[in-house]
Design a protein around this ligand. Sequence first.
Ligand code: PLP
Length: 395
Amino acid sequence: MVSDKVKFCQESLTLSLAEKAKNFKDAGESVISFGTGEPDFTTPEYICAGANKAIKAGHTKYDAVAGVLALRKAISKKLREDNGLDYPPENIIVNSGAKSSIFIALQTILNPGDEVIVPSPYWVSYTEMILLAGGIPVIAETQSENKFKLTPEELIYAITPKTKAIILNTPVNPTGVIYSLDDLLALSEVLVRNNILVISDEIYEEFVYDNRKHISIASLNSDIKNQTIVVNGFSKTYAMTGWRLGYAAANLEIITGMKRVQGHTISHPSTISQHAGITALEEKGDIVHKIIKLFDERRQVMVEHLNQINRLDYIYPEGAFYIFVDITNILINRKNIIHPDTSYGFSEKLLEAAKVVVIPGEAFGMPNYIRLSFATSIEDIDEGFRRLNRFIDTY
Ligand code: PLP
C-alpha cells in the first residue's frame, strides 16, 4: 500500500529500545536514561508566559507562510549579533522545528537522483529525509584521529558530478565536536569551487564549552554564504522541543522556494509557538548562560566517570550534550563469546540487565560506538555509571 520511498525509509532503530525502557518504567523499575536528545527540564517560565499572553491577545489565527514578521525580525537580529550574519526578515523562514527546516530545504533544492553528502557519524534523520526528497545520501567517511570531523580530502573524495549539497552539523550530534574556523575555511574553499550547497545545521550552537565558540560557515565570506542554508531552532537552547519551532536563513531564491513548499504543506508553525519564540529571544536575560553552565558541570562529571573505565575510549565533548563512546574493546573481549555483539546488542543487554538506556552507534552509522547524553541530573549520571560499571564487569 505504501510507496517505495516510504518502504525504504527506515524506522528509528532506537524506537524498540525506547519502548522496552518505557515498559520497564511502567512496571515500576528505576530506569536511568543516557538516551535523551532534549534538555531535561520544562520550558522557562518567561517563555510560557509569553505564549499565554499571545493567546489572550488573540494570536491564534493563520499568519504569514514565512512566519510571524516580528519573529523573523528577532531572528534577523539574533543572526546579526550572535553569528555575524546579515539576513533581513525576507531571507528567513520559520518552520516546525529545525527538522522541518531541513526537510523543506531538501524538498526545495533536490531533483531526483541528486546526491547529498553526509559526513559520518551523522544524525539519523538526514539520510531518510534526503531519500524522501528523491535524493541520494552519500556518506562521507571520517577518521577518529580527526575526531570524526570531515577533512577537505574526504569531502573531495565524496564529490561526484551529481553532488548537489552537503549537510554539515556543528556542534555535532553525536560526537559533540565543533568545527573550528580553520576546519570551516578549508571545507568552504572546496564547496565554493565545486558549487555545492550547504545545509548548515547549527541547532546546538549555544552548547559550547571551555570558552570555545560556534562559527557559522555562512559567516566566512559572501560566496559560501550565498550557497548556505543556515538552520537553527528553539528546541535545545530554550528547552522548547514540544513547541516545534525552527528556522532557516538563505538567499532569496531558496527562501522563496521553501515558502512555496511550506505554504502548500504545513502553512506555517503554530502562531502561538512563534509568539513564544519572540519572547524567548527578546527577554532571554542570562537564562541560556545558566543552562549551559549546568550542562558543562554534567559534562565534566560524565568525563570523570568515563576516564575511570580504561576499556572505553571516547571523543572529548567540546559541544552539544553527547559523548560518543568507542566500545570496540568491550565488544571484542566479551566473556564466552562465539560472535562479537553489535553496539545494538550491547545496548539491549545493558537495558535489560542494568536498566540503563544508551543509543547504539548504528543509529549514526557507527556500530562500534554508543552515544551517551548528559541531558540528565548528576545523581542519575552517578547512578548510571555505577550500573554501567557493574554491567561491563559481567559482560
Ligand atoms: N538537528 C540535529 C543534529 C538534532 O539532533 C535535532 C534533534 O535532535 C534536530 C536537528 C531537530 O531539532 P528540532 O526539530 O526539534 O528543532
